[in-house]
Design a protein around this ligand. Sequence first.
Ligand SMILES: [Zn+2]
Length: 214
Amino acid sequence: MSKANDPITMLSLLYQFPTWLQRLYPGVLWRMNTEAKVVYLTFDDGPIPECTPQILDILAQHDVRATFFMVAENAVRHPHLLERVRNEGHAVGNHTYHHMRGCKHSLADYINDVEMANQVLDTPLFRPPHGRMTSCQKRALREQGYTICLWDVLTHDYNPNYSVEHMMKVIQRFVRNGSIITCHDSIKSKDRTLLLLPQLIQYLKNQGYEFATL
Ligand SMILES: [Zn+2]
C-alpha cells in the first residue's frame, strides 16, 4: 500500500496536527522546541489503582520518567499513588478536579475547578480534558501562570478499535524530536496501554530517543 493511501496517512490529523496547524493555536505547548532526540511521555486521567501502579512499574523497569496529568479527585482518592508518582521522579500536571469539559462550563466554574485541583496537585502544568477549552478559559489560565500542554502525538490507547500494532505504527510514523506523546492511565485504556508501553519505550530507545518530563 502506498503511503498516501494507507489509513494512518489519510487520518493523520487524528494522531498529529502538522506543525502549520499547531501554529494556528498559539499559547499552547504542542511539542518541546529541541534539536535533541528527546520525547515526553504523558499519561492522562489517573491516578487509579487499576493501572497506574503497573505503568509505574514498567517505567521503572526501563528507567523512564514521564508526566502524569491527574484528575485531582482521583489523586484525593488515591494519595499514595500521587506520592509514588512524585517519589519516583515523574512530573505531575493538572487535568482539572472533575475532568471538566471546558465548553460545557462557565469561565468562573472552570477556573475554580482547575484551582481546586491545584490545591491538591500543586503544578503549573495544565492539560484540558478532551484537549479542548474556550479561548477565554485558555487566556485566564495562562494569565494565572499555567502552561497549557497539549500533545504532538496521540496514541488513541483509549480506543478499543485500535490494536497495539496500529498504535506502534502511529508511533513509528509521527514521533519526532521534542514530541509530547499522550497515553492514559484509565480503566478504558489500561489493557492496551499496558501492552503498548513496553513496546513503545523499547522502540524509541532503539531509535536513540531519551525520555524526559515536562
Ligand atoms: Zn482526560
